[in-house]
Design a binder for this molecule. Structure first.
Ligand SMILES: NC(=O)c1ccc[n+]([C@@H]2O[C@H](COP(=O)([O-])OP(=O)(O)OC[C@H]3O[C@@H](n4cnc5c(N)ncnc54)[C@H](O)[C@@H]3O)[C@@H](O)[C@H]2O)c1
Length: 307
């Protein structure tokens, strides 16, 4: 039987938890920067789970095609019974497109940056965001490989800067790699972990080293597959079939590279090469040539396969 003393203690704990829940309003407003492959998926997912999303891109055309993509991905989710027709209308209604950063981030409690994988683009964006956002806003980057610590140093709030690395396609893939920069606070980390869980994702916490975990392991495999193709060991379909049927990968490495974007793969490999200083990360010359020729994979219509 519980003593009066322990009952009072438990009631105290219960009231404290209740008070904390009431006094910590849940985040509602998210800004997503960049409406390309990842940005549209991130906006879709936050809106699907009830958040109001400002989707920001410097190119009006990119915003238009993002909304078309989100709508057709919602149709796919409807066909699978994941969302209803009413849900689709409500989800689209929660996404507002912006071309101006200052207007888009005005209400944001969390910003998820998913702009082009370029260090100079991200450093400028985070420095601007630091001046434009409320002092409590968490600034997350979906970067595949650029140092979170370096991005955080472009702001006056390094404790509130974190990596939130979603996987493609975002509405489908469960993982969020949560990257702690050198000065990211525990509070920021736990907030982002809880948010990822609200999106029905599985967050995994990692530290900030080149490529984090996902791309440090994935990109050398993709690069090796490109080398095998370049050296004429086998054609693209044969290489992908070996990895699909032999290693139970759901998609072959060359097709995956096309889906990620060959420009994105190249810039990640360059970060690994520079960050670790080891020749094993040097990008295959064929990848460099394909990117220079504008063959970027699925998004450009041609990569290792035609789309
Ligand atoms: N493609 C993938 O599979 C994948 C997976 C995980 C993470 N990522 C990362 O996500 C980020 C976005 O990649 P993506 O594949 O979606 O690129 P993308 O090229 O498809 O889209 C990038 C978008 O950012 C916009 N943009 C560029 N500068 C901007 C700025 N200053 N303000 C607002 N918008 C700007 C561009 O107009 C473009 O629409 C990158 O950091 C990339 O490394 C990509």
């Amino acid at each position: 039987m519980m003593s009066a003393h322990s009952t009072a203690w438990w009631m105290g704990v219960f009231s404290l938890c209740l008070l904390m829940t009431i006094s910590m309003p849940q985040m509602q407003h998210i800004a997503v920067i960049g409406s390309g492959t990842m940005g549209n998926g991130i906006a879709h997912t936050f809106a699907q789970f009830g958040f109001k999303v400002a989707l920001i891109d410097i190119k009006p055309g990119a915003l238009e095609s993002a909304l078309v993509t989100i709508s057709s991905n919602l149709d796919r989710q409807m066909a699978k019974g994941i969302v209803s027709e009413d849900d689709k209308v409500a989800i689209l209604d929660r996404i507002t497109p912006y071309t101006r950063l200052d207007e888009g981030v005005r209400q944001a409690e969390l910003v998820v940056e998913a702009a082009t994988e370029s260090e100079s683009v991200k450093l400028k964006l985070f420095s601007d965001l630091d001046g434009l956002c409320s002092k409590d806003t968490i600034l997350a980057s979906n970067t595949s490989s650029i140092s979170i610590t370096k991005i955080a140093a472009a702001t006056h709030r390094p404790d509130k800067v974190i990596g939130m690395h979603f996987m493609n396609p975002v509405p489908v893939m469960k993982l969020v790699e949560v990257i702690k920069g050198y000065r990211t606070s525990e509070h920021t980390t736990s907030t982002v972990i809880a948010l990822s869980e609200r999106l029905d994702k599985v967050p995994v916490e990692v530290n900030d080293y080149p490529g984090f975990v996902a791309n440090r392991i994935l990109m050398p495999m993709i690069n090796e597959a490109i080398y095998a193709y370049y050296e004429g060991v086998a054609d693209a379909e044969a290489i992908d079939t070996v990895m699909k049927l032999g290693m139970a990968h759901p998609m072959g490495p060359l097709q995956l590279a096309d889906f990620i974007g060959l420009d994105v793969c190249l810039s990640i490999l360059r970060v690994l090469h520079e960050g670790f200083g080891q020749p094993k990360y040097a990008p295959c010359p064929l990848l460099v040539n394909m990117v220079a020729a504008g063959q970027l994979g699925r998004k450009s219509g041609q990569g290792f396969y035609k789309y």
